[in-house]
Design a protein around this ligand. Structure first.
Ligand code: HEC
Length: 185
């Protein structure tokens, strides 16, 4: 009986965390290549939210939004979180000043609506590296800018190399209160 109650609680907690996000929202599962109509491509990075416009067998046509600076697209005007890097000639729909929409196709397998799927390994690494001295702070209780600031010291404390640091910082920023999955408190 106790196990059943515990499992039910865990299940409810999991469902609760999933339903904070619009059920039809999908995310880029790993760094991927988006193919535009004219054959030009854009590199899309892990965690980016995508709207599926059309199912095309094994592929999907998606829309991705962000703010463009040069050939880079960011999640906000403050350029803290990279969404995409576009190849020269990739057709970009401009909606407002700097605000753009990228439309292209990629394999359906590269998208997921399950945040645990997308960030599970990052999260494990975070707890492994960042809970040696204190409990792991709730990632979405900080803004991207706060994470950037704290991380300067903490990456040294956790003895992360360059690659580990950027892997972890992306996870922290993407899941920050003003990251890809915006949360209200
Ligand atoms: C070697 C021990 C150690 C490790 C490993 C460590 N921390 Fe810390 N952390 C501290 C100490 C000590 C403080 C409090 C002093 C400070 O703020 O500099 C702290 C404070 C913090 C704070 C609160 C700072 C604030 O201003 O509110 C955050 C957030 C944080 N750490 C995140 C992390 C993250 C993320 C990692 C993994 C990359 C990490 N820590 C790894 C020792 C550590």
């Amino acid at each position: 009986m106790k196990t059943i109650i515990r499992n039910t609680i865990i299940l409810l907690a999991l469902l609760g965390s999933l339903f904070q996000v619009n059920a039809s929202q999908n995310f880029i599962y790993q760094d991927s290549v988006l193919k535009g109509d004219n054959g030009k491509t854009a590199k899309i990075f892990v965690g980016v939210p995508v709207t599926i416009k059309k199912e095309m067998g094994k592929n999907v046509k998606v829309s991705i939004k962000g703010y463009m600076f040069g050939d880079e697209v960011y999640s906000s005007k403050t350029k803290e979180l990279l969404v995409a890097k576009v190849q020269k000639g990739f057709n970009v729909n401009k909606t407002e000043k700097n605000e753009v929409e990228l439309i292209g196709t990629l394999s359906k397998e590269l998208t997921s609506s399950d945040l645990l799927d997308v960030w599970g390994e990052h999260e494990e690494f975070y707890f492994e590296m960042c809970t040696q001295c204190h409990a792991g702070p709730e990632v979405n209780h900080h803004t991207m800018m706060e994470w950037e600031a704290v991380f300067g010291t903490m990456r040294g404390f956790a003895k992360l190399d360059e690659e580990e640091a950027s892997y972890l910082l992306r996870y922290l920023k993407a899941n920050a209160s003003d990251g890809f999955i915006k949360v209200k408190h």
